[in-house]
Design a protein around this ligand. Structure first.
Ligand SMILES: *Cc1c(COP(=O)(O)O)cnc(C)c1O
Length: 220
């Protein structure tokens, strides 16, 4: 199967309204182009430099989604064009995105990354940090940021019960926050190549799929 066939096979399984972020990190611009020519418009990258390099040579109607940990000093590399930062994991990062979005006279959509998984190594807000930060009301004062929802990466395990527990937890958090942030707060981003069918059962509105579309990554 080629990229187009894999992409269309996945798209056929997604309910209406569920967005697919095609995660193209570590794959060349040619691979993105192939998916683009097959109709895909939303692509996810984990490194700002790589995203900026691809954005420069690829069609301008691509929506670029940052999915990896973003260092504050790298925000300016992607602020002119990024459509969504899905991996917002600190107050400092929010402040920097606000600043760079303002400089570029645009609004940047964000998702808050919540740490649900068992692994310590994963990033994101703990539930108590998140509640405390949101209660402070600072986010509402950021004029160039639009909070669209939450994102998490489930525990890396073959134990489906643990993956279900993680997805159920993030869904509960999403439902809890939704009434406070209104209509624009519409995104629950869960589900990757190995677990997206389960994520759909828990109401995912945005799956992030790399390997199942582009094949295995060669890390360099
Ligand atoms: C790499 C990555 C993905 C895609 O993972 P696959 O298993 O290749 O589908 C999704 N989300 C995040 C945050 C990632 O870093």
């Amino acid at each position: 199967m080629n990229i187009k066939e894999r992409l269309h096979r996945i798209l056929a399984t997604l309910p209406d309204g569920v967005k697919l972020v095609a995660v193209s990190k570590f794959h060349p611009a040619e691979a993105v182009e192939e998916a683009y020519n097959a109709g895909q418009r939303i692509f996810g990258e984990s490194r700002p430099q790589e995203m900026a390099a691809k954005a420069k040579v690829l069609p301008k109607d691509i929506e670029w989604v940052m999915i990896g940990h973003l260092q504050t000093n790298k925000v300016k590399m992607i602020a002119p064009f990024v459509s969504l930062v899905a991996s917002v994991d600190s107050e400092r990062l929010i402040e920097e995105i606000e600043k760079q979005a303002a400089k570029n006279e645009r609004t940047i959509d964000i998702l808050l990354e919540v740490h649900i998984a068992d692994e310590e190594s994963k990033s994101g807000w703990s539930l108590s940090e998140l509640r405390e930060y949101l209660a402070s009301g600072v986010l509402e004062r950021m004029e160039h940021i639009r909070l669209r929802g939450v994102m998490t990466i489930a525990t890396n395990t073959d134990d489906e019960a643990i993956i279900r527990r993680d997805f159920n937890n993030i869904r509960t958090i999403f439902e809890e926050l939704k009434p406070r942030f209104g209509e624009a707060f519409d995104t629950l981003s869960i589900g990757m190549s190995d677990d997206y069918p389960i994520a759909l059962e828990y109401g995912s509105t945005m799956v992030r799929i790399g390997t199942a579309i582009f094949g295995h990554r060669v890390y360099n």
